[in-house]
Design a protein around this ligand. Sequence first.
Ligand code: FES
Length: 78
Amino acid sequence: MYVCSCFGVTEKQVKEHAEAGACTPRQIASASKAGTDCGSCVRRIQALLGRGNCPRRELLDQGMPALTAEVTDLSEAA
Ligand code: FES
């Protein structure tokens, strides 16, 4: 199932990147470009990361405002 239809990135790929250490939507974006076009998949990526795929996800739990800032940065970069 696709998470990011702009770049054809699947849920499985996001999980693989998360296992490899990509713990934020920005890191997923650097690894796969997912989330860097329309941005509508960023929340879904965030949800996937929050489901225990990322070994360091407690950082995410502490950093929600920072995450919002990252999403803004992504749209600016696109
Ligand atoms: S669906 Fe992922 S950037 Fe558009």
